[in-house]
Every structure is written in C-alpha cells, then in structure tokens.
Ligand binder design. Structure first.
Ligand code: NAD
Ligand code: UDX
Length: 466
C-alpha cells in the first residue's frame, strides 16, 4: 500500500478543520496542511481565537499546530506536496438556476477539482469529504483525468464525514464507523487501503467500512435523511400530544425502549436546524426527481415540510397564548445556535422564530452564550425578510445573560437546549418579568411543575395545557 506522508485539505471549515486536526493529533508522522481561500478564516486558525467553537478543539489544534499541522492560504504549494488531498469545501443549496432551492451547488467542488488537476505535478489520492449528490466522484474523476499532465494518476475516494457539531472532537476520536468508498479496481482498492491505514491509527479495524463509490456517496445523504426523519416523526407526534394530553417525552421513552427503535434522536423540539439536514434532504429530493422517482422525492420532502410546520406551529401557539397579539411585547429568546455547544447558527430554528416575532412587531431580547451580536444581526437581515432592516436595532437587543434578556419581558422562549438554562434562578427571573409571565419551552429542558409553582404559565412542546 501507498504510505501517505503528507495530507492537504481544501476547506478549513467546520469539517475540514476539526477532521484534519484530529488526523494530525493521532498521526504525528503525517504532515497535515489545511488550506482555504478565505484569508480571515486561516488567520483565525493560526491565532488564539479559533474561527469555530467546538468543545476540545483548542486542545487538539494547540497541541499539533506548527508541528505537523499547518493552516495556510498557499493552496498550490500544499496541493503539490501532498500524497492525499481531502476536498472539504462547502456544497450549499443552489440559490438560482436549475434545481434552485434543492440541488447542491457544486461550483466549489468543481473549482477545487480543477485546481488540483492544474497544479498537481505528481500522483494524488483525491478524497471527496464534502457531502455531494450520488455520482459526483465520477465528474471529479473525468475533470481530473482530462486535465492531468505528464504521467500523473489520480485515484478518487469518497469518505463522507458523520461528525455532529458540538460533539465533533469526540465523534472524530470515537466514530461509530468510518466509510471509505472506492472504485472496484486494483488501483481503487489500493487507494482505499492507503486511507484506511491512516484511520487505523486510532479507529478499530472493524469500524472501517469499505464500499463502492456510489454506495458511499449515497450513504451520507441516506444517514442524514434517516436521522432527520426520526425528528420529524417525533415532532409530528408532538402535535398530537398537545391536542390530546399525551406527553411526548413519555411517548418517546416508551417507544425508544423497543430495542428495534432505540432511544436516541427522538427528542421533540422546535424543529431541527444546522447546515446539513435540510440541505442534504433537499439534495436527495432533487436526485430522486432527476432519476424520475417523484414518489420517492415527495416522501423525503415531507420530512422538511413537517420541520417548517413545527416551527410555525410553535410561533402560532406563542402568539395565541399571548392573547393573540405580541405587538410591542418583549420576548426573551434564550439560545440562538441551532443546538447546544456550538456557535453555529446555520438554519437555526431560532432565526425563524425571531423573524416571525419581529414581523409581528414584538421587541426581542436575544441571549446565546456562543453567538456574537454581529452574527445575530446578520442572520436576521437576510434578503428575504419583509420587515424594514433599518428598524431592526430598535426591535432587537442582543444581551449578555438570560437574566438581562428576561427583565421586563412578557415571555421567555427557549430555542436552544444550552445546559446553563436549566440552572437559572427562575424566582429571580419571575420577579423581573411582566405579569402574567409566560415560558415557552421549545426544547423540553425545563421543569414545568417547578416553574408553575414559582408562578409562571408554562407551555412545552408536546404537552397539552388543559
Ligand atoms: P464551511 O463553509 O464551514 O467550510 C468550507 C470552506 O471551504 C470555506 O471556508 C470556504 O472558504 C472553503 N473553500 C471553498 N472553495 C475552496 C477552494 N477551492 N479551495 C480552498 N478552500 C475552499 O463548510 P463545512 O460545514 O465545513 O462543510 C463542508 C462540507 O462538509 C459540506 O459539503 C457539508 O455538507 C459537509 N458536512 C458538514 C458537516 C457539519 O457538521 N458542518 C458534517 C458532515 C458533512
Ligand atoms: C448532523 C448529523 O447528526 C451528523 O451525523 C452529520 O455529519 C451532520 O449533520 P449536526 O447537524 O451537526 O449533525 O447536529 P445534530 O446533533 O444532528 O442536530 C441537528 C438538529 O436536530 C439540531 O437542531 C438538533 O437540535 C436537532 N435535534 C437533534 C432534535 O431536534 N432532536 C433530536 O433528538 C436530535
């Protein structure tokens, strides 16, 4: 097998950064260089203030940086030196043109691929790390082969990433599995083995799965679709609970005790967020349509539609409960990230909630332990908003604590399940609020009975109020 000595990673984002930092940490004999076209991001990776918040990431990066882990904008040099190149660039949903709103935008993948072909002066293993539609590796291979010089060969692998944000380092250190797809040729197997050998430095061999390229690409979309489908299923049931008096946590527990169903990923919520679930399902929907499978497309599309419905349903419950108007009422939104332990806000349900509150002329106080004020205003000023962005600062205040957010508020809305929200002094909060004081728990993390005894009127997703 080929012995990989130098790795280059194109894309220093949420995936490229942590993934390759962990490889450097576990393989001190391999030189890992992470490159990006975004200079600000690279500078941050080289500073004390890393560009993303992820528990345990600092330790790994500070341990290896400058030794066998490097961050740079010198893309060409890094490509040329490497034996193996991870392509870990963004693949967002297309905003315009064919497949707009569904298909993955493959422009970054293609330009990264062309750059590799153009610059490479020796053979490379090119690894597709980004999440892509099934058969993208074929396009990459065609571009690489058509543009290669001299006697260079390119072997292409698919190695999708399954880490979840907030637990990325743990997920990378102790993965459930590592998936490596390759062409079913002697060269393809050889390349698969070269990459497997890297992971074998810390991942048990039986957790490293090898498949053909297309299975590997599709498994990534499939895994995200199956996970998101569980959340939409439990959220659909939460609506029935609210109307009947069943309790969604009890239902999830009772169902999850069936070993065929299992307990994880059955937490009802205000809706899933994050950069992956919605994007990857829409990608699968588009792929199904392209393959002339409209029933399959409609099936998966419903997972996203239900998620939108869940967010809207929560907002309308809030407005109805607050006597059908929130005009000029003050709403404290606790949490803005799409889940706890991350500063990432991409597709966060909190964005939808806050936009709807602003649209209804409420005043919104937002507190999140890891999201910056600048990011919050950026997320609330998208081109699609119908309110006047000039008024945004009058309507929205970003504050430094849950206490500050709640002062003089009419209602608290829990949008992210940060642990610190469970430990708040709710007696103190109650005293500082307008009465009647409402709490809407969109994450099912608060002790409703205790809050009621303090005086709050409590509304929890998946629980009735009668
Ligand atoms: P990201 O936007 O955080 O990072 C991508 C980076 O690639 C950006 O910094 C961008 O500047 C850089 N880039 C774009 N074109 C480049 C080029 N030609 N050369 C060098 N750098 C370039 O995205 P991310 O969250 O890290 O996701 C990357 C991929 O991984 C996506 O396909 C995503 O679907 C997938 N993925 C993400 C997660 C997650 O939790 N975020 C998990 C699994 C898989
Ligand atoms: C997801 C996949 O879990 C990961 O394997 C893949 O690589 C990338 O996409 P991520 O989006 O980072 O990871 O976080 P995840 O923990 O899956 O949560 C996604 C969203 O679902 C969050 O908004 C979370 O709050 C929500 N969620 C999760 C629920 O509402 N209920 C649950 O039971 C689990």
């Amino acid at each position: 097998t080929t012995q990989v000595k130098k790795i280059c990673c194109l894309g220093a984002g949420y995936v490229g950064g942590p993934t390759c930092a962990v490889i450097a940490y576990k393989c001190p004999h391999i030189q890992v260089t992470i490159v990006d076209v975004n200079e600000t991001r690279i500078n941050a990776w080289n500073s004390d203030n890393l560009p993303i918040y992820e528990p345990g990431l600092d330790k790994v990066v500070f341990d290896r940086r400058g030794k066998n882990l490097f961050f740079t904008t010198e893309v060409e040099k890094a490509i040329n030196e490497a034996d193996l190149i991870f392509v870990s660039v963004n693949t967002p949903t297309k905003k315009a043109g064919m497949g707009a709103g569904y298909a993955a935008d493959l422009a970054y993948i293609e330009s990264a691929t062309r750059q590799i072909a153009e610059v490479a002066r020796s053979s490379k293993i090119v690894v597709e790390k980004s999440t892509v539609p099934c058969r993208t590796a074929e396009s990459m291979r065609t571009i690489l082969e058509a543009n290669s010089h001299d006697d260079i060969r390119f072997d292409i692998l698919s190695n999708p990433e399954f880490l979840a944000e907030g637990t990325a380092i743990n997920d990378l250190l102790y993965p459930d599995r590592v998936l490596i797809g390759g062409l079913q040729t002697p060269e393809g197997y050889k390349a698969q083995q070269a990459l497997a050998k890297i992971y074998e430095q810390w991942v048990p061999k039986d957790k490293i799965i090898t498949t053909n390229l297309w299975s590997s690409e599709l498994s990534k979309l499939a895994a995200n679709a199956l996970l998101a489908q569980r959340i939409s299923s439990i959220n659909a049931l939460s609506a029935i609970c609210e109307a009947t008096g069943a309790d969604i946590d009890e239902v999830a527990y009772a169902c999850g005790r069936d070993s065929r169903i299992g307990p994880r990923f059955l937490k009802a919520s205000v809706g899933f967020g994050g950069s992956c679930f919605q994007k990857d399902i829409l990608n699968l929907v588009y792929l199904s349509e392209q393959l002339n499978l409209p029933e399959v497309a409609a099936y998966w599309k419903q997972v996203v539609d239900l998620n939108e419905y869940q967010k809207k349903r929560f907002v309308s419950r809030i407005i109805k409960t607050l006597f059908n108007t929130i005009t000029n009422k003050r709403i404290a939104v606790l949490g803005f990230a799409f889940k706890k332990d991350t500063g990432d806000t991409r597709e966060s349900a909190a964005i939808t909630l806050c936009k709807d509150f602003i649209q209804e002329n409420a005043r919104v106080n937002i507190y999140d332990p890891k999201v910056s004020e600048q990011q919050i205003f950026y997320d609330l000023s998208g081109p699609e908003v119908t309110y006047d962005i000039k008024d945004l600062k009058k309507r929205v205040t970003v504050v430094q604590s849950a206490y500050e957010a709640s002062a003089n508020a009419d209602a608290i809305v829990v949008a992210t399940e940060w642990d610190e929200f469970k430990e708040l002094d709710f007696e103190r909060i109650y005293k500082s609020m307008n009465k009647p004081a409402f709490i809407f728990d969109g994450r099912l993390i608060l002790d409703a009975e205790k809050l009621k005894s303090v005086g709050f009127r409590v509304h929890t997703i998946g629980r009735a109020n009668f």
